[in-house]
Each structure stands twice: as C-alpha cells, then as structure tokens.
Design a protein around this ligand. Structure first.
Ligand code: SF4
Length: 290
C-alpha cells in the first residue's frame, strides 16, 4: 500500500493514523492488529531498555575503530545542541557501537541503521516525558513508514545504498517525532519525504565491510536530520514531492548506484587510501594472533 492510500483511508474513516496502519497490516498479512500492537510494544521496550543500558558506554568493538564515541559525546557539554538532540545523538551512536560489539539491538530497519529510531524514541521518553501509549502510537506510525519503503523499494544497503538503510531509519524517526507532536498524518508524510530526500544518494561504504566506519557516526548525524525535518514539517513546511514519489526515486537512485557503492567495501569512504591502510593493519593484527 502507498502512503497516499493510507492517508486517504485515514481521512475517509477518521480513524487514528496508527489504527489505520494496524488495519492495513491486517489486510495485507491477516495478522491480528492487537497481536501486532503487542509485538511492536515489545520491540519498542527492547529499544528503550538497550538505549538506557548502553547510554554513553564504552565498547570493545570488532575492529576498535569505534567504541568510545558515544562516551565522548555523553561526557561533553554541548555547545549548540538542545538537550533533546544531545540525548538522541548519544543514544544513536551508543546503539551503533553496541551493534559493533555484538550487543543486542533492534534492526530498525537494519543493524547498520539501528541507532536512529532508538535515539529519537529515547529522547521523546526522557526529555519530553512521553507516556508509553503515546510513544507506541507514534512508533506504529514509524513502522508504517518503514513498511511503505520495504514494500515499494528496498531497505538494504547492498541493494540500494545507505539511503535505503539510514535514509529509511531517518524517515521513520522523523515521522515518529512528527506524529508524537502533531497527530497529523499529512505532516508525517512531509517529515518522511523531507528526511528521505535529505539523505537521497547516500552510498553504502563500510570500511573493510565492518559496520563501524562510517556507519556508527552516520547514525548520530542522521537522528539530527530526523529531528530537523520533523521540526520543519511541524512548522507547516511541505514536501513539494510526495513521500511515495520520493521512495520511488530513492529506489531508482539505489538501482543506478555502482556495485562499488553498495556494501562491497570498495568505493566511497571504504575506497580511500587511509581506509585501505587501516584494513591492512587490522588484518596483520588478526593474522599475528592466529
Ligand atoms: S554504510 Fe552501509 S553498512 Fe553502514 S549503515 Fe550505511 S548501509 Fe549499513
């Protein structure tokens, strides 16, 4: 189903938008909406638990190219960021580092992009004091946005570049924040479209194929894109291009990306001289241990 179809149902039925998304899931898969809601609540709680547990922690990651960035940001007093952005960014980076150290994460929509949604979710809960039920409605709306991308395009970096992974996570987080503050599905569509357009063309270029550089810090910057785009949509700024068209465009861009920019660790950041030297050193270190 397209986003515009979801919007039409919401307008014609006057149903709350998260209920429309649950009903659509039932029509497509036959799953009981109450069971889906229960499962999503559980996933949301796992995200919040892990965000709390890992907030600003240091990690021993596979390559040690990351692992202390969340701790650094958590210990720093921000120069410019609001508390909301600061907390969201610490969580986003910490979750990426937890993933790189084999911690428990929710792949949302993928493991590489696992920090963006928890960052926004945790900031809503702890800075805006969102209740569980309010958060869940917004979380369901975000899942509907992710579902539109999954059905109409791709969520995989190997297929569509990082725009499909972190781009989708950002669209989901931006819609979640927008729905939380406005309960307005039209604004949700604008937030999702503006944020996905902001990351359009983002390539998948993990150094050495390890989901650490640039992935971890990209989660941290992306959650701020989500917040900024939500703020724009909440202020009434509209996306000239509707979300469904943006999703189609993202898919087409993804298909036209060369293989070197789709998770092969050949191009982009992974293709730089310094990246190659770093990977060589990691290999030598591992070889010397075996
Ligand atoms: S660069 Fe590739 S592996 Fe890393 S988060 Fe983006 S899509 Fe995932």
């Amino acid at each position: 189903m397209t986003f515009s179809e979801l919007l039409e149902i919401s307008i014609s039925t006057n149903l709350e938008f998260s209920e429309v998304i649950l009903a659509q899931e039932m029509m497509e898969t036959g799953r009981d909406p109450q069971k889906v809601k229960k499962a999503l609540r559980k996933i949301m709680h796992v995200m919040l638990e892990e965000a709390e547990k890992n907030y600003g922690k240091e990690f021993n990651t596979l390559t040690n190219l990351t692992g202390n960035n969340g701790a650094k940001l958590s210990n720093a007093v921000p120069y410019m960021m609001s508390e909301f952005n600061h907390v969201a960014t610490v969580v986003a980076i910490s979750m990426g580092e937890s993933n790189a150290s084999m911690g428990r994460i929710v792949a949302c929509p993928t493991a590489g992009s696992c920090g963006v949604m928890p960052g926004a979710l945790y900031a809503l809960k702890y800075i805006k004091k969102a209740s569980d039920d309010e958060l869940l409605k917004s979380f369901i709306v975000a899942s509907g946005i992710g579902n539109v991308v999954a059905k109409r395009a791709t969520l995989s970096g190997a297929a569509g570049g990082c725009q499909a992974e972190i781009g989708t996570a950002t669209a989901m987080a931006s819609s979640m924040i927008t729905y939380y503050f406005s309960r307005d599905p039209v604004k949700v569509g604008n937030a999702a479209a503006i944020s996905l357009k902001s990351l359009m063309g983002l390539v998948c270029d993990p150094v050495g194929g390890f989901v650490e550089v640039p992935c971890v810090k990209r989660n941290g910057s992306a959650v701020n894109v989500a917040i900024a785009c939500a703020e724009m949509a909440l202020a009434g700024i509209e996306s000239v291009i509707p979300f469904d068209d943006v999703v189609n465009a993202m898919y087409n861009v993804g298909k036209s990306l060369p293989e070197s920019l789709r998770e092969t660790a050949i191009g982009g950041i992974a293709g730089t001289k310094s990246a190659q030297e770093i990977v060589e050193k990691i290999r030598e270190k591992w070889d010397s241990k075996n």
